[in-house]
Design a protein around this ligand. Structure first.
Ligand code: ZN
Ligand code: ZN
Length: 273
C-alpha cells in the first residue's frame, strides 16, 4: 500500500507542472500554433549566443580555439539571409498549413495525468530515434538523386561552413517534411503532449548544436559516451563532404551503412572523452 503510494508519487513528479499548465494555460497549450511558436522561439534563442560568438571571433580566444573551420567566418549578411529564409518559410508556409490543419485535424486531447519522468525519457528517445531514421533515409535519397538535391536539399548546403542561423535555412519542402514528422511521430507513438514538447525543444537544441561550427568540449556529443551522437563535428563534416554523416543526431546509421566520416577538428581527438 505504502510502496504503491511512493511509486505513484515518484512517477508523477511532473503532475504539479502539468496541472498548472492545464488550469492556467489550457487555451495556449491546446492551440495548434503553440508548437510552432515554441519551435521557432527555440531556434531563435538557441542561435543567438553562437551568432554573437561568431561575430566576436578571435576576440574570444578561449571559444574561438574550438572553431571547426577557423578560417571560415559567417558574415552578418549570411546570418540575416539564413534567418530571413527561416522566418519567411514560417510566416508564408508553416503558419498557413497549421491554420488549414485546424479545419481538418481533430483538436488535440490533453490528458489529465502528467507523464512519468521515465516515460518522458523513454518515449522521448523513441521519438528521436524514429525521426533520426526517417531523416537519414530522406537525407541519403536527397543527396543521391540529382534533381531532388538541386530542387529540395541544396538550399541547406549553400554554406560548407555552417553557423547557428543556417540550421533552418531549408527549402519549403524540406521544412514541411521535417515539420510533418515532428508533428506526426509523437502521435504515431502515442506520446504525452508534455513529452512531445520536451523532445521538440531538445531536438531543436541538437539541430542548432549540429550547426554551431564549434567543437565545444561540453556539447552533447562529448557528454554522451561512445560517440553515439554526432554533434557539430559530424554535421560540419557533412557540410564539407556532403556524401557523409547523413544522420541528424545519432551516429549508428552512418556506422552501419558505412557513411560515417570522422571530424577533422583540431580538437576532436583529445576532446573525444
Ligand atoms: Zn546542416
Ligand atoms: Zn545534406
Amino acid at each position: 500500500m505504502c510502496l504503491t503510494h511512493v511509486r505513484q508519487t515518484s512517477d508523477r513528479l511532473l503532475q504539479p507542472l502539468w496541472d498548472y499548465l492545464l488550469f492556467h494555460h489550457r487555451p495556449l497549450i491546446s492551440s495548434p500554433f503553440f508548437p510552432v511558436f515554441v519551435a521557432f522561439s527555440c531556434y531563435f534563442l538557441f542561435s543567438i549566443p553562437f551568432a554573437v560568438l561568431d561575430l566576436l571571433g578571435e576576440r574570444v580566444p578561449w571559444i574561438h580555439q574550438y572553431k571547426i573551420q577557423p578560417d571560415r567566418k559567417p558574415t552578418v549578411e549570411m546570418m540575416i539571409r539564413s534567418f530571413r529564409t527561416a522566418l519567411y518559410n514560417h510566416i508564408f508556409f508553416v503558419l498557413p498549413s497549421v491554420l488549414l490543419s485546424v479545419f481538418i485535424l481533430p483538436a488535440p486531447v490533453m490528458p489529465k495525468d502528467a507523464p512519468a519522468v521515465s516515460e518522458v525519457f523513454i518515449d522521448g528517445l523513441a521519438v528521436l530515434l524514429l525521426f533520426d531514421t526517417q531523416y537519414y533515409i530522406w537525407h541519403f535519397v536527397h543527396h543521391k538523386h540529382q534533381q531532388l538535391y538541386r530542387w529540395i536539399h541544396a538550399v541547406h548546403h549553400e554554406y560548407n561552413a555552417p553557423f547557428s542561423w543556417s540550421t533552418e535555412q531549408l527549402s519549403i519542402p524540406e521544412l514541411m517534411t521535417v515539420g510533418f514528422w515532428s508533428n506526426q511521430d509523437p502521435l504515431l507513438l502515442n506520446v504525452h503532449p508534455l513529452t512531445t514538447w520536451c523532445v521538440m525543444v531538445f531536438s531543436i537544441w541538437m539541430s542548432v548544436e549540429d550547426h554551431i561550427g564549434y567543437d565545444l568540449p561540453w556539447t552533447l556529443n562529448h557528454l554522451v559516451p561512445f560517440g553515439l551522437l554526432g554533434g557539430a563535428p559530424a554535421h560540419d563534416m557533412h557540410h564539407q563532404k556532403p556524401s557523409s554523416n547523413y544522420a541528424p543526431f545519432f551516429s549508428h546509421w552512418d556506422r552501419i551503412f558505412g557513411t560515417e566520416e570522422h571530424a577533422n577538428s583540431r580538437h576532436s581527438q583529445y576532446l573525444n572523452l
